[in-house]
Ligand binder design. Structure first.
Ligand SMILES: *[C@@H]1O[C@H](CO)[C@@H](O)[C@H](O)[C@H]1NC(C)=O
Ligand SMILES: *[C@@H]1O[C@H](CO)[C@@H](O)[C@H](O)[C@H]1NC(C)=O
Ligand SMILES: *[C@@H]1O[C@H](CO)[C@@H](O)[C@H](O)[C@H]1NC(C)=O
Ligand SMILES: *[C@@H]1O[C@H](CO)[C@@H](O)[C@H](O)[C@H]1NC(C)=O
Ligand SMILES: *[C@@H]1O[C@H](CO)[C@@H](O)[C@H](O)[C@H]1NC(C)=O
Ligand SMILES: *[C@@H]1O[C@H](CO)[C@@H](O)[C@H](O)[C@H]1NC(C)=O
Ligand SMILES: *[C@@H]1O[C@H](CO)[C@@H](O)[C@H](O)[C@H]1NC(C)=O
Length: 384
């Protein structure tokens, strides 16, 4: 009952609404019939949520649950790991009350919101795995694992413990380093970490930041890096790992240096006109969340023996930090690593894509197997 105890022990900081969690679930305006039916009879969970203080619940709409029910990969993940549903539910609960007004571009363009998911089986991010929230054009979009984008459709259904936001696509729990890199098509980085025997250890017992060059970056120096000894490759890849901290983009300051795992050699961050650079490489995608921290994608491979490499911020591409650059036949380290699936997360925010079964209405299901998965998970949430 760790979570329950924690929730019950929290000071009463809100209490502005007399509505209970269950009142909101049955509010016709909220249109949460499917969630309501899934959780029917879950008295312990309702009791927990009705007495909880200082939380924000992301409630999946009928559409979100319908998509989830038809997402065979997710269902398989739940079936394979009995702890997954409990973790999934916890990831949908933020620590603290975050009204939609907490996320305005004026306050901060992005916010990394801590969630209740802190079980070490799923994350070693201190203070709970994060969700990235971004306010843009009056809309709040949440980014979770595999860069899944989830708009908040309807916000601020206040209840006694805080507030509830309704979402049309469920969040993805950040996966491990390898699966996350592959999903972002960073297959050379995934392969190089594997060859250097570093993938398994990344973030064990501690949060980390991983700087991941894209495949073109590895390809550009294929001749050099493909021929390295395992020890040299490990030194290069270790120079891409910042131990002990999840350095989200909003924490990166111009001129800051961060120690890496390679010989305590540091990398230098620059922020020029909103673009982030590490040594001589440009960050081309920030904040890819994974189980033990955060990944930033680079357009170049960093060289621990060329720490003075510097960018040309106005140029579209940067010079490689390795001399003797040149490609080989095929991107190094990618064989046997797999390829990304182009599933849901790549869809744009406003277009979540068609429903899995064309034209199907959203049915109220009582399918025994799937309901059991959810109910079982709900029980784990309460008993965790
Ligand atoms: C997870 O959070 C709960 C509530 O704050 C806390 O009691 C527990 O010790 C945390 N677990 C870890 C592994 O940090
Ligand atoms: C919920 O509470 C917040 C903070 O008091 C308030 O701004 C918001 O309007 C409330 N939501 C509704 C639907 O009343
Ligand atoms: C992934 O990277 C490879 C280069 O290694 C490229 O050919 C391919 O188009 C990329 N795939 C996607 C989905 O971006
Ligand atoms: C990542 O998870 C996959 C299963 O999704 C597993 O096969 C793989 O061994 C894991 N890799 C690491 C480095 O933990
Ligand atoms: C977190 O660290 C613990 C202790 O090293 C480890 O057992 C666990 O597998 C790690 N969790 C993840 C998600 O890597
Ligand atoms: C950013 O940091 C770099 C490296 O320390 C420095 O050369 C540059 O002048 C800084 N830029 C700004 C705008 O402060
Ligand atoms: C160091 O990196 C710069 C690019 O930032 C490159 O021009 C230079 O050739 C590199 N030096 C060595 C010794 O690799």
């Amino acid at each position: 009952m760790k979570l329950a105890k924690h929730l019950l022990a929290m000071p009463i900081a809100v209490g502005i609404s007399a509505q209970t969690f269950s009142d909101v679930l049955s509010d016709p305006n909220a249109a949460l019939e499917l969630l309501n039916s899934y959780l029917a009879g879950e008295e312990a969970l309702f009791a927990l949520l009705s007495t909880a203080k200082d939380i924000t619940v992301l409630a999946p709409s009928n559409e979100a649950l319908y998509r989830l029910e038809n997402d065979e990969a997710m269902i398989a993940r739940f079936a394979a790991d009995p702890g997954m549903m409990g973790a999934f539910l916890k990831y949908h609960v933020f620590s603290g009350v975050w009204y939609s007004s907490s996320f305005t571009a004026a306050k901060s363009p992005v916010t990394f919101v801590p969630t209740m998911l802190n079980d070490t089986a799923f994350t070693n991010v201190t203070g709970g795995q994060r969700v990235k929230a971004r306010a843009k054009n009056g809309e709040v979009v949440l980014y979770s694992g595999m860069l899944t984008q989830t708009p908040i459709r309807s916000a601020n259904y206040n209840f006694s413990g805080g507030t509830i936001h309704i979402i049309d696509r469920v969040l993805t729990i950040p996966a491990n380093i390898t699966d996350t890199l592959v999903s972002a098509n960073l297959t050379a980085a995934a392969g190089a970490l594997k060859v250097a025997k570093m993938a398994q250890g990344i973030g064990q017992g501690n949060q980390v930041t991983v700087l991941a060059p894209d495949n073109d970056a590895f390809n550009a120096i294929g001749k050099v890096i493909g021929a390295m000894s395992t020890a040299d490759l490990a030194a290069v890849m270790g120079y891409h790992v910042i131990p002990g901290q999840a350095l989200y983009s909003d924490m990166i300051k111009n001129g800051s240096t961060e120690t890496t795992t390679t010989q305590n050699e540091a990398v230098l961050f620059r922020v020029e006109d909103g673009a982030i650079f590490v040594n001589g490489a440009r960050v081309i995608q920030t904040d890819i969340l994974f189980d033990n921290g955060v990944i930033h994608m680079l357009d170049g491979v960093l060289n621990p023996q060329n720490t003075s490499a510097a960018p040309n911020p106005t140029a579209a591409t940067q010079a490689p930090a390795f001399s003797g650059a040149g490609t080989t036949n095929g991107v190094p380290f990618t064989s046997g690593i797999g390829t990304p699936t182009s599933a849901g997360p790549t869809a744009t925010v406003t277009d979540l894509g068609p429903l899995p079964v064309a034209g199907a209405p959203v049915p109220l299901r009582t399918g025994a197997v799937r309901a059991a998965l959810l109910f079982g998970g709900a029980a784990m949430f309460v008993n965790a």
